[in-house]
Design a protein around this ligand. Structure first.
Ligand SMILES: Nc1ncnc2c1ncn2[C@@H]1O[C@H](COP(=O)(O)OP(=O)(O)O)[C@@H](O)[C@H]1O
Ligand SMILES: [Mg+2]
Length: 527
């Protein structure tokens, strides 16, 4: 519809020189062109309405593209494997989601949609020129591609510059994002000056690239205007000859000049189109590359109704990309309802075992089964819904305590939240927070102590009531009384499900039916 409106606008615009010519003719004949002027006024009113409609239509398209493409890109980012995110900087990913989406939407509405009407205006003006005076029309028709070619040469540098500036801008964004999240470290190690300088230097890189782009884009409009003015003067000169030799009338010259003027704007816009396509291509490339990255492998269809909770590793081999193999062939069986503890040195791969069960990563060889069925046969959401993982690095949302705990269960009630908090030995300290369960805990739970965060994470896993519970050093930051209190009361919590406890603490290990030690890629029972 926007293209159609713009096309109508083109047609209306093309009538203007004709009106001017007719008015000039009436004036030369000594007549007052009443009706003509009224008709012209009406047409201009139509044009004003069209301009309004066009702005609304294009603005709407742009807003829709930003919203729809943005959420599509977001969905895809969310569906990509964690490893994809771990290999990249978050700031740069965010720049894709904002800068590139925004640029592409600007291209669609600012360049692509108006392109056909623009071409139509050019072609129309040229044809009408030729109708008035064929050889003048022809001369202008030959001049247009020449002008576009010149402009194209001026803007040749634009695409690499625009791409470079977007890339550097993303890096700048990334520095800010990371530094603001790591502010306590910057302050503790008094690296403020260094970080300020780093950010400023990156800002200057972006600035220089932008200034270089600006020089080129700023040259465009005056250049086009000058060429347009020269063309109009040329038309005037040619037209004057025509009038002198009697081959052209004065009203025809008026129309001729106005058609010439009318052409300069779309022609200069057409010249800009090339540069804009180049810039948009960069953004489109990056977004398409992102959208073609494969999502987490999730082809399982098998329904998962009741889970007994038996987990078995069969000759599982795994290594992180570019790292030496972590496990060559792990064989391990956790019986349903059993509580198993795993110890082992830092970096032995204990957390990786949890990641494998969760299918955050998949084995390179061998299989992991749940109740005898390969994990890959279940859909990821089905599988993950049955597992409660309290990971070593606690991640919490900057929201209320209740929201964070309730996140573990869809539409959790206040009662369930409190019950889970009590089970995780979190209720007491939560009650003492200024707004109790309604207290906002800050970015990454910064307004809580480490042990408090762990307790909330534990409550969030418990509220899920999972068939399999994996506690990855989940009580490492508990105070000894807190840990003992939790352990003393968690027997029935552990009884109902399969539990894997990754821990170094004797008290936690004592909870387990069996203790295994992970060493050099091998799991061996500790007696
Ligand atoms: N995302 C990752 N990419 C590459 N290597 C990793 C990644 N996560 C962990 N590692 C490496 O794998 C090894 C095992 O890590 P992890 O399972 O976290 O050990 P643990 O929990 O036993 O301390 C470590 O050497 C660690 O450096
Ligand atoms: Mg670990």
């Amino acid at each position: 519809m926007a293209t159609f409106l713009l096309l109508v606008d083109s047609v209306v615009t093309l009538t203007m020189p004709w009106f001017a010519g007719r008015v000039a003719q009436s004036l030369l004949q000594g007549l007052v062109p009443d009706t003509l002027l009224l008709a012209w006024l009406a047409i201009m009113a139509v044009q004003a309405l069209l301009a309004f409609g066009n702005n609304v239509a294009l603005g709407q398209i742009s807003a829709h593209v930003v919203a729809d493409l943005g959420s599509r890109v977001y969905d895809h980012l969310q569906a990509l494997p964690l490893s994809w995110h771990q290999e990249r900087k978050r700031g740069e990913i965010l720049a894709l989601l904002t800068n590139d989406v925004w640029r592409l939407s600007g291209f669609l509405t600012g360049t692509l949609t108006p392109l056909l009407p623009l071409l139509f205006t050019c072609a129309g003006a040229l044809i009408l020129l030729m109708r008035i005076q064929p050889w003048i029309g022809l001369a202008v028709a030959l001049g247009v591609p020449l002008l576009i070619l010149i402009l194209k040469m001026i803007t040749r540098q634009l695409r690499p510059l625009a791409n470079a500036s977007l890339r550097e801008d993303a890096i700048k964004y990334g520095i800010a994002e990371q530094n603001l999240a790591s502010l306590p470290i910057i302050k503790a190690f008094t690296r403020e000056d260094e970080e300020s300088a780093r950010y400023a230097a990156q800002g200057n890189t972006v600035r220089d690239l932008e200034v270089r782009q600006l020089r080129i884009t700023s040259a465009l409009t005056p250049a086009v205007r000058w060429v347009g003015a020269a063309a109009v003067l040329g038309l005037l000169w040619l037209g004057s000859h025509g009038i002198a030799t009697g081959t052209l009338s004065a009203p025809a010259l008026v129309s001729l000049l106005l058609y010439g003027l009318l052409l300069t704007q779309p022609v200069s816009q057409l010249a800009g189109v090339y540069g804009q396509i180049q810039i948009a291509r960069g953004s489109a490339r990056r977004l398409l590359d992102l959208l073609s990255e494969s999502r987490e492998p999730d082809s399982g269809q098998r329904p998962l109704h009741s889970v007994r909770g038996e987990i078995a590793f069969e000759s599982v081999a795994f290594s992180y990309p570019g790292r030496p193999p972590l496990f060559a062939a792990i064989d391990w069986r956790v019986r349903a309802g059993e509580t198993v503890a795993i110890t082992g040195a830092n970096g032995a791969g204990k957390s990786t075992l949890a990641q494998l069960v969760m299918r955050f990563v998949d084995p390179l060889a061998g299989t992991i089964t749940l109740d005898g069925v390969d994990l890959r046969e279940f859909s990821l959401p089905q599988l993950r819904a049955r597992i409660g993982l309290v990971s070593q690095n606690v991640l919490l949302f900057n929201a209320t305590v209740a929201h964070n705990i309730g996140y573990g269960r869809y539409a959790a009630s206040q009662e369930q939240i409190e019950q889970a908090a009590r089970a995780a030995h979190a209720h007491d300290f939560i009650s003492q927070l200024p707004l109790a369960y309604e207290t906002i805990i800050g970015d990454e739970g910064i307004r809580l102590s480490g042990g408090q965060k762990q307790r909330i994470a534990l409550a969030r896993a418990l509220i899920k009531d999972p068939a399999i519970l994996i506690l990855d050093e989940a009580t490492a930051m508990f105070d000894p009384e807190g840990e003992l209190g939790f352990i003393a009361e968690c027997r029935d919590l552990l009884e109902k499900r399969t539990v894997i406890i990754i821990s170094h603490r004797p008290a936690s290990l004592a909870l387990a039916n069996r203790v295994l030690r992970l060493e050099q890629g091998e799991l061996a029972e500790v007696h």
